[in-house]
Design a binder for this molecule. Structure first.
Ligand SMILES: NC(=O)c1ccc[n+]([C@@H]2O[C@H](COP(=O)([O-])OP(=O)(O)OC[C@H]3O[C@@H](n4cnc5c(N)ncnc54)[C@H](O)[C@@H]3O)[C@@H](O)[C@H]2O)c1
Ligand SMILES: O=C(O)C(=O)C[C@@H](O)[C@H](O)[C@H](O)COP(=O)(O)O
Ligand SMILES: [Zn+2]
Length: 369
């Protein structure tokens, strides 16, 4: 018997469901109808060339059979697609194909497609609806919460907005084709949700840590459900990051600096954030004195196949620090770092001395583990 897990992102009139289950894409037309989307509305499926080759045709056929007028646009796979150039190309395509204010964008792919297509949706004719159809493990995070953006060469997600989807329809069957590297990347954000919010979830991820079982049920659905639940609770309390939501940025002040310094090529988001969380956990331990916390964070990241070393990175501390100051959390010229006061409890710290950061950065590698 197929089972669909449901969560709700509670945002008043902008509340929406997250449906998680095997084979949901084959029932996409019915899900869209449940959302009140009718065949009088034109659909545009945005995807990338890897995902498109695997899943686009059946999705388009299903929608056409159900009477929808549907177009599709595919961008090259990878972070480079989160650019002004691809943003403009999709807008042009939408205009040429006469999408109007009732049209709906369907983001079929990982976080790159979700962020890019969502940003198109948030700005096309001042905003049209969109639905997230995540196909990566990492996209349990990116598809929920309405942060949509593209990158600028000088900084990550620098051009964007908050635009909530109508729904997240998460077909976990698509995860079976994910490359191993991308499975590991997805666990970076799954682990993050545990580190910042729920020590019992971290315990569970430790007990069940087994890379060979990463995609097996019921482990996978349970991990996704718990991580999405944490994300939706945080977003429901602080949609536009006026306070609490910033904890979802654990590891990201460092991670985004690594991504930008690497021209969005050298590391995936998940890898950059994993190294960033390893650094941030060591800073946390230095600031809050929780013995063993950094060791626990780095061991778990490594177990799930993620990088945790920063001493091999090709940038100096000064280069990294300068890039960190472009972080969106910077306030009045002060860095604001997400740290772990203890496992399962994140805080925002604006008082960490640069000497502390430098000391952590300079730790010999054996002390980083
Ligand atoms: N908006 C948010 O709240 C938020 C949260 C986390 C991350 N993000 C963003 O998400 C992006 C990273 O997302 P990602 O890790 O999903 O990367 P991605 O979208 O680039 O996908 C990773 C790779 O996997 C391929 N792929 C996707 N689904 C597949 C499938 N089912 N089978 C085979 N291959 C598949 C893609 O083509 C790509 O090559 C970053 O840009 C990051 O900034 C946003
Ligand atoms: O949803 C959020 O809020 C997050 O911070 C989730 C992050 O995992 C994600 O990478 C997000 O895109 C980062 O946002 P940014 O505002 O730091 O660009
Ligand atoms: Zn992230």
């Amino acid at each position: 018997m197929e089972s669909v897990k449901t969560l709700t992102v509670d945002l008043g009139e902008r509340s929406y469901p997250i449906w998680i289950g095997q084979g949901l894409l084959s029932k996409l037309p019915a899900y869209l109808q449940t959302l009140g989307i009718t065949s009088s509305q034109t659909l545009l499926v945005v995807t990338d060339d890897h995902v498109g080759a695997l899943y686009l045709e059946p999705v388009l056929k299903g929608l056409q059979r159900a009477g929808f007028r549907v177009f599709s646009y595919s961008v090259p796979a990878g972070e480079q697609a989160k650019s002004l150039s691809y943003y403009e190309q999709i807008i042009t395509y939408a205009l040429e194909h006469k999408l109007d204010r009732q049209s709906v964008i369907l983001a079929l792919g990982g976080g790159v497609v979700g962020d890019l297509a969502g940003f198109v949706a948030s700005t096309y004719m001042r905003g049209i609806p969109f639905v997230q159809l995540p196909t990566t493990l990492l996209a349990h995070d990116s598809s929920v919460g309405g942060k949509v953006a593209i990158n600028h060469p000088l900084g990550k997600n620098m051009i964007g907005s908050f635009h909530q989807p109508l729904a997240v329809i998460y077909d976990t069957a698509t995860l079976s084709t994910l490359p191993e590297r991308e499975v590991a990347c997805g666990f970076a954000e799954v682990l993050k949700h545990g580190f910042i919010w729920d020590e019992a979830f971290v315990d569970w991820l430790e007990e069940n840590a087994n890379p060979c079982r990463a995609l097996q049920e019921p482990f996978l659905s349970e991990a996704l459900y718990r991580a999405c639940h944490i994300k939706s609770q945080v977003v429901s309390q602080d949609e536009k990051e006026t306070g609490l939501r910033a904890i979802l940025n654990f590891g990201h002040t460092f991670g985004h600096a690594f991504e930008a310094l690497g021209h969005y090529r050298d590391f995936t988001h998940g890898e950059a954030v994993a190294i960033g969380m390893a650094v941030a956990a060591h800073v946390s331990e230095a600031v809050y004195g929780q013995q063993g916390l950094a060791e626990r964070v780095t061991r778990l990241l490594s177990t799930y196949g993620l990088p945790v070393e920063w001493h091999t990175l090709p940038w100096s501390f000064e280069q990294v620090l300068e890039k960190m100051y472009t972080d969106k959390k910077v306030m009045a010229g002060r860095l604001r770092l997400v740290l772990l006061e203890r496992m399962g409890r994140a805080v925002i710290a604006d008082h960490v001395a640069e000497t502390t950061l430098r000391a952590v950065w300079s730790l010999p590698f054996q002390n980083q583990l």
